[in-house]
Ligand binder design. Sequence first.
Ligand SMILES: O=C(O)C(=O)[C@H](O)COP(=O)(O)O
Ligand SMILES: N[C@@H](CCC(=O)O)C(=O)O
Length: 424
Amino acid sequence: MPTRSEITYFGAGPALLPTDVLEKAAEALVDYQGTGLGIAEHSHRSALAANIINEAKADLANYLDIPDDYEVLFMQAGGSGEFSATVYNLVGAWVTRKQQEALKQVGDDEAKVAELLQKQVATELKLDYLVTGSWSLKAYQEACRLLGSEHVNLATDARTINDKKFGKIPEESTWKLSKDAAMVYYCDNETVDGVEFPKFPDVLAPRADGSGPIVVADMSSNILSRRIPVKNYHVIFFGAQKNLGSTGVTVAIVKKNLLPPVCPQPSPTLLRKLGLPIGPIVLSYETIAKNNSLYNTLSIFDVYIAGQVLKKLLATYSDKVDGQQAVSNKKAEIIYGALESRPDVFKLVTEKPFRSRMNICFRVVKTNDMDVDEKNFLELAKGQGLEGLKGHRSVGGIRASNYNSIPLEGAQKLAEFILTFAGH
Ligand SMILES: O=C(O)C(=O)[C@H](O)COP(=O)(O)O
Ligand SMILES: N[C@@H](CCC(=O)O)C(=O)O
């Protein structure tokens, strides 16, 4: 049986966590700070739980330079829960904005306001989706399920320019963005398909006066690995189980102008009148923010692990996320470099400018039987302690997930294995 130190785990999520964080968490699970009780036993409403939440929030804000006009929320329904949460909350915010405008236009007459809003919902309510991989596709499908596809605009579908497969991002000039969309949604890094936006899209940038598209991004699999212009977004969400911590918490970074007092969610009565869906209370950003992430029982143990990972990142990199970004880029370069040096054996799935630094997807063609070659690759890799390299079941192939906890030596070891496997 291999020991932990003999394995480099390239799984896509849940992913490797730093060993010292796990050792400390294991102690905390039995006895947290000499209290005689474990961290998963203490009340989530205790002062120590509040400290853990507040420190994790502050450390995340520090590491990513999140401006003061954003709220950090710990939520619980995973990335998939956020596919729904973003729809409910952003549609609600759109209705509130239109309601505020209608009040100015027709005065305080409830029936007239509702009538005007009904017309606007029918003719103007649109959510824009940039579909560049399996996860943004799922988010798009969820929006269609909740709202009806007449309200969901597929602003771009990357498969249309790549032989019906994901692997490229269409030119921004071809995106069909709606006027005044309730949100423009995209997934910054597609875990399954290995596609990452090289930078924030120019066409979505805010104007000089701060106005512009309402941008929402899923950063589940590349958060904490590069600097992001937080101020360009209204919502950034991510599951913890790749770069942040253990499965069980999902973070939403929400711009405060989506929350009360600026933008309270519409009443359920109004939403019912408008025929719009009413979200579960546990997915309401407003409710979670009002309760400092403790509307209902939260796994403080998972927040604690996330907090410890952040403390380790802050202690390792004096320049915070920039330091990690340099290391992440270097590790990706090492692995891609090895693969690119043997195009006769390895076929990279993603076009170069859009290659994910986090999920490196490729096929192995050494003989004329790819299945056998890939099985062989995985088996030999495992023999070297290189695990978790199997591609997602929906697409097959090989995928090396290069998250923050993979050390530089781990990337080097994989690169050496790649070259040895290719042979002469
Ligand atoms: O984006 C990914 O990669 C993911 O793994 C999803 O965020 C996972 O979603 P959930 O399983 O947490 O719903
Ligand atoms: N996040 C993982 C697992 C997703 C799943 O299969 O549910 C992946 O993209 O590979």
